[in-house]
Design a protein around this ligand. Structure first.
Ligand SMILES: Nc1ncnc2c1ncn2[C@@H]1O[C@H](COP(=O)(O)OP(=O)(O)OP(=O)(O)O)[C@@H](O)[C@H]1O
Length: 466
């Protein structure tokens, strides 16, 4: 009964606070101690409370609408989805997913991708601004459902991302059931000699290549659209690059090539332009790459134990809907996950040595909110879209194999929060002169100030979350 009355109260409060969101900030952060008292008494109330806090910490629908009217925002659009001339079934799919207006990348890229004759495109847009939805709509628009063979190939760098993109295709294509999808991922074993009937194939480069060349499940000559998601990593990683280029060589000359990512290092950008004939280009200026909706901080520590203490202080001061914590090595990730569990957190651990199916299952549980904290390595830095992630912690800053700052990975990591206009926090743990230097260089690279945060000062932590 107590939970019910809480639920009702919270629901009413939520409705009221949608329009007066500042009040929520006041209630949550000025009355912290009162709320903790209530939370500790009732788990049901806690989850409702989390929802309430999340909605405020992160955003309201109104905020997205405001951003979509701000010409400086990557979510800005002058057009409606109707004006993008999508098939009615796809319009239904888009609205069914709760999208009201296209984002800037969707509004700009879709007319290029849907033009006749088809045009190639290399497109960059900030993390979480709807690139996946854009190329999924392009694929769904181009296939002819009467033809029962693959017409679009979409390659993702990881198994998890391929699954996630496949889900978006399924959701957007919900009202277009004649179009079918198949996953070219490890473990999806097909009978030798068979020919695929599905129009869209989404997968990882190795399996996709095998399906095109070794097993001939796909006739590459009939492909109309070839998408490289996270294109920069597909180009920069030698194995992925070889496989992707071998697939591309089998495709017809007039096959449309679409390359998408939030980051393109200069050398990768040049290479992309060499392999894609006559492309349209959508490129961000360096200072546009970071999102203003993600606030970035750093915390000074002396050891990994101190970093853990700082993390505990942050958790003690603010309620975090869901967080992703990035470590440099599996060993640190394992240690940290253990420490957090001992403190009573529901923690998921994800690292590269796990079986891909296991990794996908961990992400699914995290997406469903079964665990609130995901401790991981770079394996999860890109593309994963979990709306409730309000905080990203770089327990270790991202560095490349030579010990230099890995700016691209930094951007992808912090982009796991602040999805589609939501507000997010990114907190970097610095524990040596060397890591301070890395942080300065990241700051300089993006020309974006990363503020210092004192995690011994609860009021200060509360302030950054409000
Ligand atoms: N027009 C829209 N209106 C509302 N929400 C949208 C719209 N387009 C995409 N979204 C939502 O925004 C979130 C981020 O979109 P998406 O994953 O496509 O971004 P992305 O640019 O591909 O991100 P990343 O760079 O991390 O790969 C998703 O949850 C998606 O459902």
């Amino acid at each position: 009964m107590a939970t019910d009355s809480w639920a009702e109260a919270v629901d009413k409060q939520e409705a009221a606070l949608d329009s007066v969101s500042w009040m929520l900030g006041w209630i949550l952060f000025s009355k912290r101690h009162f709320l903790y008292l209530v939370v500790s008494e009732d788990v049901g109330a806690q989850s409702l409370l989390n929802k309430l806090i999340r909605n405020n910490l992160v955003n309201t629908t109104n905020q997205v609408e405001v951003l979509q009217k701000d010409p400086n925002s990557p979510l800005y659009s002058v057009k409606s989805f109707e004006e993008l001339r999508l098939k009615p079934q796809l319009l239904q799919g888009v609205y069914g997913m709760g999208f009201n207006r296209p984002s800037k990348i969707q509004e700009t890229a879709l007319p290029m991708m849907l033009a006749e004759p088809p045009q190639n495109l290399i497109a960059q847009s900030q993390s979480g601004t709807g690139k996946t939805a854009a190329f999924v709509l392009a694929m769904l628009s181009h296939v002819d459902p009467n033809n029962k063979y693959p017409q679009c190939l979409c390659v993702s760098p990881t198994y998890e991302l391929a699954l996630q993109t496949g889900k978006v295709i399924e959701q957007m294509g919900k009202y277009y059931p004649e179009v079918k999808l198949v996953y070219a991922i490890r473990g999806n074993k097909l009978q030798r000699g068979m020919k695929l009937q599905e129009q869209i194939v989404i997968g990882t480069p190795g399996t996709m290549l095998d399906w095109c060349s070794k097993f001939k499940f796909i006739d590459p000559k009939k492909i109309k659209v070839f998408v490289l998601d996270e294109a920069d990593v597909m180009i920069a990683t030698q194995g992925h690059q070889d496989q992707s280029i071998r697939i591309q060589r089998m495709l017809p000359k007039n096959c449309q090539m679409l390359l998408f990512s939030a980051t393109f290092e200069e050398s990768v950008w040049n290479f992309a332009q060499r392999i894609v004939p006559d492309p349209n280009i959508i490129k961000l200026k360096r200072e546009e790459e970071t999102l203003d909706t993600i606030k970035q901080y750093y915390v000074l520590c002396n050891s990994k134990e101190e970093k853990f203490q700082a993390l505990s202080n942050i958790y003690g001061a603010i309620t975090i809907a869901q967080a992703m914590i990035f470590c440099h090595t599996r060993k640190t990730a394992g240690w940290l996950a253990g420490e957090l569990s001992r403190e009573g957190h529901q923690v998921a651990l994800l690292s590269g040595e796990m079986q891909v199916e296991q990794r996908a299952a961990v992400i699914e549980r995290f997406r469903d909110g079964k665990e609130k904290v995901l401790v991981t390595t770079n394996v999860c830095a890109r593309g994963i879209d979990v709306e409730q992630v309000s905080v990203v912690i770089n327990f270790d800053l991202p560095i490349d194999k030579d010990g230099n700052p890995d700016n691209e990975t930094y951007l992808h990591r912090i982009g796991r929060t602040g999805r589609f206009g939501k507000r997010g926090l990114a907190i970097n743990m610095v524990d040596s002169k060397m890591s301070m230097n890395i942080l300065y260089r990241i700051q300089e690279h993006f020309n974006k100030k990363i503020e210092k945060l004192d995690t011994d000062d609860l009021d200060e932590i509360e302030k950054i979350a409000s």
